[in-house]
Design a protein around this ligand. Structure first.
Ligand code: HEC
Length: 150
């Protein structure tokens, strides 16, 4: 019991330390952001290739890739804190922080389409899955057109 109480106290101390921690440095946030997009791209790429006929449609691979994209899309929720517009090379445009409402709605659209994609791919229907890959790619593009530098 005392040992348990000690562990609990240690946990609380740790939790307090986490809360009190300084905001991550902008260059770390930018690295996190770009890494997340690379992971998303890694998983979305094969889906795009299936749509373009560069790769045969494979229902189980499509399901796995779509689930990964949907899951990773939520990693972006913490990828654009204030102050991460500079500090390392970034293609994120300042407009992101000037139009937070619109930017967040574009992010939410992407997360929504990616979830529909995961659900659709889970059903195994090739035509429906491909249609939803195209819709999801549209959500990527809608954000890139406005908020990512060329
Ligand atoms: C809500 C906006 C938004 C959405 C949605 C979005 N992106 Fe991006 N993407 C960005 C921004 C902004 C950057 C630039 C990040 C930086 O350089 O800091 C970026 C960068 C990237 C990069 C380059 C990463 C690197 O190596 O630096 C890739 C690849 C990418 N996105 C792919 C995608 C794909 C694929 C999708 C959809 C499946 C997608 N993005 C959806 C805004 C978005």
């Amino acid at each position: 019991m005392p040992r348990f109480r000690f562990a609990f106290a240690a946990m609380l101390t740790l939790a307090a330390a986490v809360v009190a921690a300084d905001a991550p440095k902008p260059e770390k946030v930018i690295a996190y952001r770009q890494s997340t997009y690379r992971l998303i791209n890694w998983n979305f790429g094969p889906l795009g290739e299936m749509v373009k006929g560069k790769r045969p449609f494979d229902a189980s691979e499509a399901k796995l890739r779509a689930e990964h994209v949907a899951y990773l899309s939520h990693f972006l929720d913490e990828a654009f804190p204030a102050g991460s517009d500079k500090g390392a090379t970034t293609d994120a445009k300042p407009a992101i922080w000037e139009n937070q409402k619109d930017f967040q709605s574009k992010l939410a659209d992407f997360q929504h389409e990616a979830q529909i994609l995961a659900d659709t791919a889970g059903g195994g229907d090739e035509a429906k899955t491909k249609d939803q890959v195209i819709k999801t790619a549209g959500a990527c593009k809608a954000c890139h057109d406005k908020y990512r530098a060329d």
